[in-house]
Design a protein around this ligand. Structure first.
Ligand code: ZN
Length: 128
């Protein structure tokens, strides 16, 4: 069977798995390029919240969804959905989950805790 480049091990990347999420990280200057695979059935509040310890995911996510469909929900009830292929901009302060029956594969440009600031995004979702 041919290797699927969407999910195959990433060359020259550091691989780790957290809460069922597969992450391959490659350094890029002050930031990182990450290939993140969220499995079918993944939900941040169920699988990550116990590990992270915050009420909501407080990371910004900027990148490109290559495969799958994801649903984001902010504290004020605002909802955003992304379906591949689509660029992704998610402000800090969200729960999120994978919709449908295929894993969500996301390429992210990440500056750790500084991601929102570096992209000029608010430090938490602001209702417009
Ligand atoms: Zn809102």
């Amino acid at each position: 069977m041919a290797v699927d480049p969407l999910t195959a091990p990433v060359n020259n990347a550091l691989h780790r798995e957290i809460g069922g999420v597969s992450i391959d990280v490659t350094p890029a200057g002050d930031g990182r390029v990450r290939r993140v695979v969220y499995p079918v059935g993944f939900r941040w509040s169920k699988h990550m919240k116990p590990i992270v310890g915050t009420d909501l995911c407080m990371h910004a996510h900027v990148g490109f969804l290559l495969s799958g469909r994801i649903h984001m929900q902010y504290a004020d009830g605002c909802v955003v959905e992304f379906q591949a292929p689509q660029a992704v901009v998610i402000e800090p302060g969200h729960d999120g989950w994978v919709e449908g029956n295929e894993p969500a594969v996301l390429i992210e440009f990440d500056f750790g805790a500084d991601t929102a600031k570096r992209f000029g995004l608010p430090s938490a979702h602001q209702h417009k």
